[in-house]
Every structure is written in C-alpha cells, then in structure tokens.
Design a protein around this ligand. Structure first.
Ligand code: IMP
Ligand code: MG
Length: 179
C-alpha cells in the first residue's frame, strides 16, 4: 500500500470500539459514585487523552469542570530518561478542589509521577488518577492509579487518541502496530 498520500495500512484491532465504549461506560459509573457530593475538575493530559476524556465525561452523571494540561516526555537512549517538560498548564486554580487526572496510558510512570508532584504543590482537596490503559510490565516508578480501563501487555498501541509519530489518533479502536 502506498504511503505517498495520506493512505497508510490500518493497525490490527487490539481493543475494539465496542469494548472501549463498554469499559468507558463502566468507568464513568464508578467515577460518578466516587465523586458524588465532591465538586471536581477533570484534568486531561494532552494530546493522547482527548478521545477518552470526550467519551468519559459523557458517562459521568455529575457536574464537573474540565481543563487540560500538556506535557512532553523525553526519552533518552535508554527509554527512561524520566524527563518531563510542562508545555501548557491548566487555566484553573486547583486549590481546594478535587482533581481527577485523566491520561491515555500509564507506561513507565514518569509522566504521571511528574503530574502528581506538580498538582500536589497546588493544594487540591484530593488528587485522583484515571487511565484508559495500564502497561504494568513497563513501570519504572510507582504511581497510584485509581481508575484503570484496561491492563495490557507490553505492546505499542495506537488509536483512540494514542499516536505513533503523531499519526493514528483518530482511529476509533485501539490497535497494535506491526513491527
Ligand atoms: P510514561 O511517562 O512512560 O508513563 O509515558 C506516558 C506517555 O507515553 C503516554 O502519555 C503516551 O503519550 C506515551 N505512550 C506510552 N506507551 C504508549 C503506547 O503504547 N502508544 C502510544 N503512546 C504511548
Ligand atoms: Mg501522553
């Protein structure tokens, strides 16, 4: 198949659109129970969480505020430099609010560790973490995960917000890139 135009082969399905919808609905219900009576702010981590956040918030039956933060993770020669840089901060003051961080995937854990440290300096009432995907076999630093969509094996996955070299985010399912 040609790569010259915007035609690329589709990755194989790993988690189908139907399965993701079902799991996101379950997570929304759990979050609804957990945050009832607690005014909270969802903070999505750009860019990978956009699809997840968009679907998840419609499955949470509570009032909430929504904000986004952008970070970039640097990978050295080994994959674990652990250096994370803040690209765009949230627009809200988080003091005295319950915060639920929403991220696409917990891989090494460095990104979430950075974000948890950053937010803990801002005196939130509580700080929770929700990830769509968790790759526990890749973890280098421990991070507490309050809500997890799917625990997955060590595959490089794309789609439903996740990218490879900036592409595939718009796939409606999660696929594995063939080596
Ligand atoms: P961590 O800091 O190693 O936990 O990496 C988290 C970030 O790496 C995620 O927010 C993703 O942007 C990216 N990432 C890790 N694993 C994958 C993957 O399998 N596919 C796409 N992006 C990934
Ligand atoms: Mg990311």
């Amino acid at each position: 198949m040609t790569n010259s135009a915007n035609t690329v082969s589709s990755p194989g399905v790993y988690l189908s659109e139907e399965l993701i919808t079902q799991r996101v609905t379950e997570l929304g219900a759990k979050i609804t129970v957990a945050y009832t009576g607690k005014p909270f702010v969802i903070v999505g981590v750009l860019t990978g969480s956009i699809t997840f956040v968009a679907d998840l918030i419609r499955k949470i039956n509570l009032p909430m505020e929504i904000d986004f933060i952008a970070v970039s993770s640097y990978r050295g020669e080994t994959t674990h430099s652990g250096e994370v840089r803040l690209i765009k901060d949230v627009g809200h003051s988080l003091e005295g609010k319950h915060i639920l961080l929403v991220e696409d995937i917990a891989d090494t854990g460095w990104t979430l560790q950075y974000l948890l440290k950053l937010f803990s300096t801002r005196n939130p009432l509580s700080l929770g973490v929700c990830v769509l995907l968790d790759k526990p076999s890749r973890r280098e630093v421990e991070v507490p995960l309050d809500f997890v969509g799917f625990e997955i094996e060590d595959h490089f996955v794309v789609g439903y917000g996740l990218d490879y070299a900036g592409l595939y985010r718009n796939l409606p399912y999660i696929g594995v890139l063939e080596a």
